[in-house]
Design a binder for this molecule. Structure first.
Ligand SMILES: Cc1cc2nc3c(=O)[nH]c(=O)nc-3n(C[C@H](O)[C@H](O)[C@H](O)COP(=O)(O)O)c2cc1C
Length: 356
């Protein structure tokens, strides 16, 4: 059925679709259902305690014996300068006062754990077929350790230089994440929210720059999008937003309601919630913070300052609801039906175009 079989043969899957890892939204039920439907299911492990990572991997194994992907963040563990924290506290004080939250915190929690020794050891014992990374490249020795036991490694690139660096580091495939994507931008260093390349421009340039298979991500919402990504030279797609309204996803009710009425203009890119650029629903807080930008605490320490505001305010005032620009195409159907529909529609589009 698929002419480009590079990703299918590499991962051992039937359809060139990766359900994106989405911390807080994807579940073992979702990853298992996607895997059983012949695509690659994923679980987001970024920032999660190690016991939970193990439990979720075991839960996926209980649901499927097909390949799946476990995803981790590459974080530098950088801490925030006291002067940056002070000025961010001053900036957010009016929000805290208006919402009767008292004073913004004076100390930030430790930076979250990235892909450390314990997580590597766990991965080496669990041996998922695929491990993916967001925000950069793991060190050479964990890469070698995972590859030596046959684990396939992939990571996101948001520009051509990042894709080249990932190929040189030994990644087996590269996710080309365009500007339309929901959630955090996977750039290897934090970038400003207005700094991004769209999927249509990014994918063919990364395809030309590397020799490993490329997985297109960002704004792909249906079979037409998949066919377009394949036309640009991608060997497959990674889709996040499309799976958010599946019953198996852990999407909260507020975001499900938003998705039912989503439009292409609902979202914006902002780093005002986490300290790193992410595409989320527009809100007065994010728009105000972007209008008058200043240095913010490092990812993910900024969460400690923004979370009380987001939790206390109405959604239109401040909410960190992550989804992409093609959200209006998402459907409320079981994940297995969605995979079958996406694959079938993409194939029909490609066939129709070839016969003209
Ligand atoms: C709610 C949400 C959470 C996400 N969390 C992660 C994550 O934990 N790890 C990751 O690598 N990518 C994450 N992403 C980004 C996806 O991997 C992917 O790049 C994106 O969903 C593709 O764009 P689309 O949403 O338009 O399909 C997330 C995306 C969304 C929508």
């Amino acid at each position: 059925m698929w002419r480009d079989r590079r990703l299918l043969d590499l991962f051992g899957i039937e359809h060139p679709i990766v359900q994106a890892p989405m911390v807080g939204s994807c579940t073992p039920d979702l990853a298992g259902a996607v895997a059983n439907a012949g695509a690659l299911g994923s679980i987001g492990c970024g920032g999660k305690p190690i016991d939970l990572v193990r439990q979720e991997a075991e839960a996926i194994r209980a649901r499927t014996n097909r390949p799946f992907n476990m995803n981790f963040f590459i974080t530098t563990g950088e801490t925030t300068d006291a002067s940056v924290l002070d000025s961010a506290r001053e900036r957010l004080k009016p929000w805290y006062l208006n919402l009767r939250l008292g004073e913004p915190p004076v100390e930030l929690p430790d930076p979250a754990i990235g892909f450390d020794e314990d997580r590597l050891e766990l991965i080496l014992s669990l041996r998922p077929k695929v491990v993916s990374f967001h925000f950069g490249i793991p060190d050479a020795s964990p890469i070698e350790a995972m590859k030596s036991v046959g684990i396939l490694l992939i990571s996101s690139a948001t520009n051509v230089a990042e894709a080249r660096a990932l190929e040189s580091a030994g990644m087996d495939a590269i996710i080309a994440q365009g500007w339309e994507a929901g959630g955090h931008r996977g750039s290897h260093v934090p970038t400003a929210p207005f700094d991004g390349v769209g999927t249509m421009a990014l994918v063919p340039q990364i395809v030309d720059a590397v020799s490993v298979p490329v997985i297109a991500a960002g704004g792909i919402g249906d079979g037409r999008g998949i066919a377009a990504a394949m036309a640009l030279g991608a060997s497959g797609v990674q889709m996040g937003t499309a799976f958010l309204n599946c019953p198996e996803a852990a999407t909260d009710p507020a975001r499900r309601e938003r998705l039912r009425h989503a439009t292409e203009r609902d979202t914006m890119v902002t780093d005002a919630f986490s300290g790193r650029s992410a595409r989320a629903v527009r809100s007065r807080y994010a728009e105000e913070m972007e209008r008058n930008r200043q240095e913010l605490p490092k990812f993910p320490q900024m969460y400690a300052l923004s979370a009380p505001i987001k939790d206390a305010a109405d959604d239109d005032e401040a909410s960190f609801l992550l989804y992409g620009q093609a959200a209006a195409l998402s459907q409320e159907i079981p994940a297995a039906d969605l995979v079958a529909q996406l694959a079938g529609d993409a194939y029909k589009v490609m066939k129709r175009m070839a016969s003209r």
